[in-house]
Design a protein around this ligand. Structure first.
Ligand code: IPM
Ligand code: MG
Length: 356
């Protein structure tokens, strides 16, 4: 089979980790008899530098004409002083919105060989954990009305958190459907003791839960949730939450696994098309130095094979190859222990390829 895949390498370490993912995909293609056609498009700071636009129309079109989008990372100090509409972040936010990708899946799994890289005590993580954060991605405070106004305290800025019943219902349904395939347990995280939008969120999640009587649903305030994931991460399975809370909680959970450099993500909507990206950022400080961990990008490619292309066996082959590299103690800088020698991006990619 032939598959069109849009590739947006982006800024910072984006290009090098996406190159690693492409190398692995090509290898998988040869081995399993698929042809992946990679259509490269510019977005983020790289697109701003060339077109003065972080998300050119051409890029949106390339993505719309592809089965899936493989994304690196965008942003960096070079573009930090630009106005909001020109900033590199506009690229990823705009793409999520344009492609209607309202569901962000962020697995936080503790890989057994990385237990000692976790900042948590061994007695807390002895049984491991496997959390799936399901973050609403095209609503809430990210996309609500924003602006400035004059007040008697001087100039003020505002961003409105707003959720409609339909927006909550569709993300909740994704969570309940995925929960049926996992441990039938959802923790919905909100701040309904303070926010009206959270009260609507909780009411709709409760309503959807009536259609899934087998699933155990809890509600938790976000402040408490951010503490509980550290106290006992294994008590969580699916965390269902809003755009803003999901952004924060997913970074927190990622570091509990040892490094933000190993976690992939999928952003999905109605059809099979999705954006697949590491949850880490562009790490400009180590860009171009062959130091970045390519695992998050490689596992993002595996998620793409699974969710958008339906190639489950191939996805599993990549996951197993990554696991093996970690079991054999290969470590990039971010997951190496003090005194351990770290390998570079390219070496890690080769080791993983060799394991497939
Ligand atoms: C993420 C990132 C983005 C977000 C930024 C780069 C706009 O932090 O994917 O988590 O806030 O969604
Ligand atoms: Mg984030």
């Amino acid at each position: 089979m032939e598959y069109n895949i849009a590739v947006i390498k982006g800024d910072g370490i984006g290009p090098e980790v996406v190159d690693s993912a492409i190398e692995i995909l090509k290898f998988i293609g040869d081995k399993y008899g698929h042809r992946f056609i990679f259509n490269e498009a510019l977005a983020g700071g790289a697109a701003y530098d060339k077109y003065k636009d972080p998300l050119p129309m051409e890029t949106i079109n390339i993505c719309k004409n592809s089965k899936a989008v493989l994304f690196g990372a965008v942003g960096g100090p070079k573009w930090d002083s630009l106005p909001r509409e020109k900033r590199p972040e506009k690229a990823i936010l705009g793409l999520r919105k344009e492609l209607g990708l309202y569901a962000n899946l962020r697995p936080g799994i503790l890989f057994e060989p990385l237990k000692d890289a976790s900042p948590l005590r061994l007695d807390i993580i002895k049984d491991g954990f496997d959390i799936l954060v399901i973050r609403e991605l095209t609503g809430g405070i990210y996309f609500g009305e924003k602006g400035f106004k004059d007040t008697d305290m001087g100039k003020a800025a505002y961003d409105i958190e707003i959720y409609s019943e339909k927006e909550v219902e569709r993300i909740a349904r994704i969570a309940f459907q995925l929960a049926m395939k996992r441990n039938k347990k959802i923790t919905s995280v909100d701040k309904s003791n303070v926010l009206e939008s959270s009260r609507l969120w909780r009411r709709i999640v409760d309503k959807v839960s009536k259609d899934y009587p087998d699933i155990h649903l809890d509600h938790m305030y976000v402040d408490n949730a951010s503490m509980q994931v550290i106290r006992d991460p294994s008590s969580f399975d699916i965390i269902l939450t809003s755009n803003m809370f999901g952004d924060i909680l997913s970074d927190e959970i990622s570091i509990l696994t040892g490094s933000i450099g190993i976690l992939p993500s999928a952003s999905l909507g109605k059809g099979n098309r999705g954006i697949y990206e590491p949850i880490h950022g562009s790490a400009p400080d180590i860009a171009g130095k062959n130091k970045a961990n390519p695992i998050a990008a490689i596992l993002s490619a595996a998620m793409m094979l699974d969710y958008s292309l339906g190639l489950k066996e191939e996805a599993l082959a990549i996951e197993n190859a990554v696991n093996k590299a970690l079991r054999e103690n290969y470590r990039t800088m971010d997951i190496a222990k003090k005194g351990e020698t770290a390998i570079g991006t390219k070496k890690m990619t080769n080791i993983i390829k060799g394991n497939i």
